[in-house]
Design a protein around this ligand. Structure first.
Ligand SMILES: Nc1ncnc2c1ncn2[C@@H]1O[C@H](COP(=O)(O)OP(=O)(O)OP(=O)(O)O)[C@@H](O)[C@H]1O
Ligand SMILES: [Mg+2]
Length: 253
C-alpha cells in the first residue's frame, strides 16, 4: 500500500515544491515507484518535473472538479519510476468552484484511493494557503512534511498550520501524522540559521528530520531546466542531501 505524503506550509517560498520534486525524484532513484501530485495552481511541481504545462490536456483540476479519472491524467517523467499528476493555472478556479459541492474536502482522497496500491509513495505539493486545496491534500494523506526555512520568523504561522492539521485529524482524517519538520535553505555561514535550527528542535524535538537542506545554487537552477536535481546535477550538494532525505523518509516507512 502506498504512503501518501503532503508537503505543506501556507507560508510562501519555504521550499515545498523543491522538496516535493526532489524528494519524489530521489525516492524514485532509490527504486521506489512515486507519483508526484501538484495541487498548486502555480504548477511549479509540474514544470519542475519536466512537464510542459502548455501541452497538458487534463490536470488535477479535472480530477477534483470534473470527476475525471486520475489514471487518465497521470504522465511519466524523465526520471525512471517518477510519475506526475500535473496542475495548470486552471486549478486557480477550483478553490471557489469546490465550495458548494458535496464532500468537497475528500475529492482528492477518493481519487487517490483508486491508485494508492500502484505506487510506493504519493507526494502532494501543496499551495501556499490553508484553503480547500490544502485541505484536500491533508485529508488524502497518511503523513505531512512541513518545510521550514532557516530564516527570521521561521516559526511564524506554524501554529495556524498545526491547528489546521489537528482539525483535519479530528474531522476528516484520523490517520494523518506529522512525519516531520524539514529545515530548508540553511546558510551555515550565519548564526541566524543555527539559531533557527535550535529553536525548531526545541519545539518539535524528534519530529525534525536529521537531514537539513542547505542553500544550494544548483537546486535553484534545476527548475528552469525542467529537471529534478538528480538529473540536472547528480554530483551536487543539493542532490546529495535530497538523496539523504529520501533514505530517511524511506526508513520511516
Ligand atoms: N535549498 C535551496 N537552495 C537554494 N534555493 C532554493 C532551495 N530551496 C528552494 N530554493 C529556491 O527558493 C524559491 C522558493 O522555493 P520553492 O518554490 O520550493 O518554495 P515553495 O514553498 O514551493 O513556494 P510557494 O509557496 O510559492 O509554492 C525557489 O526559487 C527555489 O528554487
Ligand atoms: Mg511551491
Amino acid at each position: 500500500m502506498g504512503k501518501v505524503i503532503s508537503i505543506a506550509n501556507q507560508k510562501g517560498g519555504v521550499g515545498k515544491t523543491t522538496t516535493s520534486v526532489n524528494l519524489g525524484a530521489c525516492l524514485a532513484y532509490i527504486g521506489k515507484k512515486v507519483l508526484l501530485v501538484d495541487t498548486d495552481p502555480q504548477g511549479n511541481a509540474t514544470s519542475g518535473a519536466g512537464i510542459d504545462k502548455g501541452e497538458v490536456q487534463q490536470c488535477i483540476y479535472d480530477v477534483l472538479v470534473e470527476d475525471a479519472n486520475i489514471k487518465e491524467v497521470i504522465r511519466a517523467t524523465a526520471v525512471d519510476g517518477l510519475y506526475s499528476v500535473p496542475a495548470t493555472i486552471q486549478l486557480a478556479g477550483a478553490e471557489i468552484e469546490l465550495v458548494p459541492t458535496i464532500s468537497r474536502e475528500v475529492r482528492l482522497k477518493r481519487a487517490i484511493s483508486a491508485i494508492k496500491d500502484d505506487y510506493d509513495y504519493i507526494i502532494i505539493d501543496c499551495p501556499p494557503s490553508l484553503g480547500l486545496l490544502t485541505l484536500n491534500a491533508l485529508t488524502a494523506s497518511d503523513a505531512v512534511i512541513i518545510p521550514v526555512q532557516c530564516e527570521y520568523y521561521a516559526l511564524e504561522g506554524l501554529s495556524q498550520l498545526l491547528s489546521t492539521v489537528r482539525l483535519v485529524q479530528k474531522h476528516l482524517n484520523h490517520n494523518l501524522m506529522i512525519d516531520g519538520v524539514l529545515l530548508t535553505m540553511l546558510d551555515a555561514r550565519t548564526n541566524l540559521g543555527l539559531q533557527v535550527i535550535e529553536e525548531v528542535k526545541k519545539y518539535f524535538r524528534d519530529k525534525v528530520y536529521r537531514t537539513i537542506i542547505p542553500r544550494n545554487i544548483r537546486l535553484s537552477e534545476a527548475p528552469s531546466h525542467g529537471q529534478p536535481i538528480i538529473l540536472y546535477d547528480p554530483k551536487s550538494r543539493g542532490a546529495e542531501v535530497y538523496l539523504d532525505l529520501a533514505k530517511e523518509v524511506a526508513a520511516n516507512g
